[in-house]
Design a protein. Structure first.
Length: 274
């Protein structure tokens, strides 16, 4: 057994001591978007700190627990609070929770995040369907020994974000009357925000939104054959677009303002996700 898989099995065992719940869908909630977890009919909760071998999140606005239950009539596991590379974890550890959601039984993974808008047609408060990503500015989470039990050494990334799920999110947006942008998400390491020059560079490279998560999780999920969907909440315009400094309070405040339409969209998508 590969070392990574052995570690994952230990984490899985400590969860299985608490619950035998098998989720259909795994959901990761981004900064300030944790409110959705209140909509879940909860079966049980497990703090990351109670799971053997699990990294624990340290950012304010990120709780750090798995919530198991029913959302829109579907069995879900929600990662309320994720762990980030900038907290000092290795990428392999950062993707542990998403891998565990897959090993628990989830076949579909919805990744959400707060992001800075690079595309000048976006506005703070917009929701963006992630159609593709740029991963080259952060280490790949699959570096190191390959966990053959999960997937192949050289996984294809030509359609990370499942086309059918993208269509279902667009349909959920139509049904709920929520405006939806579409774009390419780029992950940076953080924790400092980008400079205006970096944002100009990223725009030239084809990125529409920047953040500090999601891409590595999408890679790890794709590696193990899970179907991935992603939604960004554009919480601010990226550096240099508006004549104002960026801060985490603004990110959380905007996420809080859009929470109603975000929750409406996600709940409608989850109801019909196939
Ligand atoms: N840059 C990077 N990450 C972010 C931003 C940003 O502007 N806003 C929210 N997360």
């Amino acid at each position: 057994m590969s070392e990574i898989y052995e570690k994952l099995q230990k984490s899985l065992e400590s969860i299985r001591k608490v619950t035998d719940f098998v989720p259909e869908i795994g959901i990761t909630l981004g900064s300030g978007l944790g409110g959705l977890s209140e909509k879940i009919e909860k079966v049980c909760e497990i703090s990351y700190k109670d799971i053997e071998g699990f990294p624990v999140s340290t950012v304010s606005g990120h709780d750090g627990k798995f919530i198991f239950g029913t959302l829109s009539g579907r069995k879900v596991v929600v990662m309320s609070g994720r762990v980030h590379y900038y907290e000092g974890y290795r990428m392999m550890e950062v993707v542990t929770p998403v891998r565990i959601m897959g090993l628990l039984g989830a076949k579909i993974i919805l990744l959400t995040n707060a992001a800075g808008g690079i595309n000048i047609d976006f506005n703070p408060g917009d929701l963006m369907l992630i159609k593709d990503h740029i991963s080259v500015f952060v280490p790949n989470p699959l570096i190191g020994q390959n966990a053959d039990e999960l997937g192949t050494r050289f996984p294809d990334m030509s359609s990370v974000y499942d086309k059918q799920l993208q269509d279902q999110i667009k349909e959920a947006a139509r049904v709920t009357g929520v405006d939806l942008q579409r774009g390419v998400y780029v992950q940076l390491s953080g924790p400092s925000y980008e400079t205006p020059a970096e944002i100009r560079m990223l725009r030239n490279l084809g990125a529409d939104a920047a953040g500090m998560s999601t891409v590595v999780e999408a890679i790890a999920a794709n590696h193990m054959g899970l179907r991935v969907a992603g939604i960004s909440c554009i919480t601010n315009m990226a550096a240099g677009i508006l004549n104002q400094p960026l801060n985490h309070e603004e990110v959380k405040a905007t996420a809080d303002q859009v929470k109603e339409k975000f929750e409406k969209l996600v709940m409608e998508f989850i109801r019909n996700a196939r």
